[in-house]
Design a protein around this ligand. Sequence first.
Ligand code: ATP
Length: 255
Amino acid sequence: MALLEVKNLKKIYSTRFGGNQVQALSDVNFSVERGEYVAIMGESGSGKTTLLNILAALDRPTSGEVLLNGKSLAVIKEANIAEFRRANLGFVFQDFNLLDTFSLEDNIFLPLVLAKMPYREMQERILPIADKLEISGLLKKYPYEVSGGQKQRAAVARALITNPQLILADEPTGALDSKASDHLLDLFSDINKSGQTILMVTHSTKAASHASRVIFIKDGRVFHQIYRAGMSNEELYEKISNALVVIAAGGNISE
Ligand SMILES: Nc1ncnc2c1ncn2[C@@H]1O[C@H](COP(=O)(O)OP(=O)(O)OP(=O)(O)O)[C@@H](O)[C@H]1O
């Protein structure tokens, strides 16, 4: 069974008084196996954020369903959704979403505090993660005292500390300079190699070239997919660039 199954997903936004309707997702189908690293690409307005919000159980589809480990998100009661998210998903956002008045350590502990984990266990969990993400010496600092790259690595630590089934990343390198982006992408690759499943929405060809599969969304549908299949990052980069040119020109891609 795939870790994530997205079936016939459709999302129509309607204005409050039933005026204009926008069909953001028309019929999206794909699945993600455990251990995969999937990048989702698409032009502005193609439905990526809508899709991510539905996968994160932040929004509900108009029709179709999302299954995580075979369990439909639709059956989760509203009152249990925050707990479901905390127990199963890790989030990494473009703008880090760290709390300014909390140290990096307290930011990273936050999901565990909400899950009422004993302090000693939280301490045991943070050590190897902070070490891997090279922020061990920064844990007592506040977000305003560290760089963007360090903030994002703290955000990744916060996502990993709950041992999530799936990491959902929304343009994680969008606010980073190229050196910090490269560092973060290398870390994502390492984390994925150690077994973590990652689904990342990105505009960046460089970021997507680190994934094991790239899914292209166009007009609310899966338009094309590229599997790494042994390609180097450079070869995958080239293939993604070519696909983006064809998609922007409105053409079809045939293998
Ligand atoms: N809350 C909303 N109400 C009405 N229409 C919406 C809403 N959110 C998104 N849309 C519309 O749905 C379509 C898909 O938007 P979405 O934000 O998912 O695209 P995107 O691929 O994430 O774009 P970007 O790359 O610019 O973030 C767009 O036409 C957008 O205008």
